[in-house]
Design a protein around this ligand. Structure first.
Ligand code: SAH
Length: 220
């Protein structure tokens, strides 16, 4: 990661407090996850007018009617992937690129797919300005996954869909974990799918609200 991006001392301090008060306090204890959240400058991923609010305990609107998730939700979902550093990971729903940036600190390689090309383009720009070079942004329908780089040890879907697409489970590696909000557009259940010994284990972790996953195996 490059170190020539700009921030004020106040932003660095706000980020430190974000990690302590919003994330560690709610039970995320993996030091690597906390360090990634302390390292990535979230304010660079939100629209300039909203930068003063970048470290608030809430989601924020980005362009194209999409959102950047609440910091805690990003940390929670990342924590549920239980990454060690060697993994190839797929994210569905690049949005601002913030979640992908966090993943670059915790996995070997990150593929992230976004259906709106303008969002993919701006995410690509900021990720490369930060010198995060183990991430590739792809434009397409992520409900079909990204078979050309499968299997993945981790798959994270950051939009809410009616069910976990079978194709995504197929692209999950042995020992891999998939995290996705599942349910109606008003409220979803954060769901973890794990593949162990060729078998599939599903667990529900708690409720959340995401923008809709739109595509072949998502909403119309
Ligand atoms: N992870 C993002 C937040 C995602 S918001 C961040 O850190 O900022 C959800 C994103 O999923 C939106 O940008 C939306 O356009 C995208 N999306 C919705 N359906 C999709 C699909 N089928 N394939 C890829 N991206 C999709």
């Amino acid at each position: 990661m490059k170190s020539d991006w700009k921030e004020t001392e106040r932003q660095a301090e706000q980020r430190r407090l974000m990690v302590e008060r919003q994330i560690r306090a709610r039970g995320v204890r993996d030091e690597r996850v906390l360090e990634a959240m302390r390292t990535i400058p979230r304010h660079l991923f939100v629209p300039p007018a909203l930068r003063p609010r970048a470290y608030e305990d809430s989601p924020l609107p980005t362009s194209e009617g999409q959102t950047i998730s609440q910091p805690y939700i990003v940390a929670w979902m990342t924590d549920l992937l239980r990454l060690k550093g060697e993994e190839v990971v797929l994210e569905v729903g690049t949005g601002s690129g913030y979640q992908a940036a966090i993943l670059t600190r915790l996995a070997a390689k990150v593929y992230t797919i976004e259906r709106i090309s303008a969002l993919a383009e701006s995410a690509r720009t900021i990720l490369s300005e930060l010198g995060l070079d183990n991430v590739e942004v792809v434009v397409g329908d992520g409900t079909r996954g990204l078979p050309e780089h499968a299997p993945y040890k981790g798959i994270i879907v950051t939009a809410g869909g009616p069910r976990v697409p079978d194709v995504l489970v197929e692209q999950l590696d042995e020992g891999g974990r998939l995290v996705m909000p599942v349910g109606p557009s008003s409220l979803q259940m954060l769901t973890v799918v794990e593949k162990r010994g060729g078998r599939i284990f599903t667990e529900q972790k708690g409720s959340c609200v995401f923008v809709p996953l739109i595509g072949q195996h998502g909403w119309e």
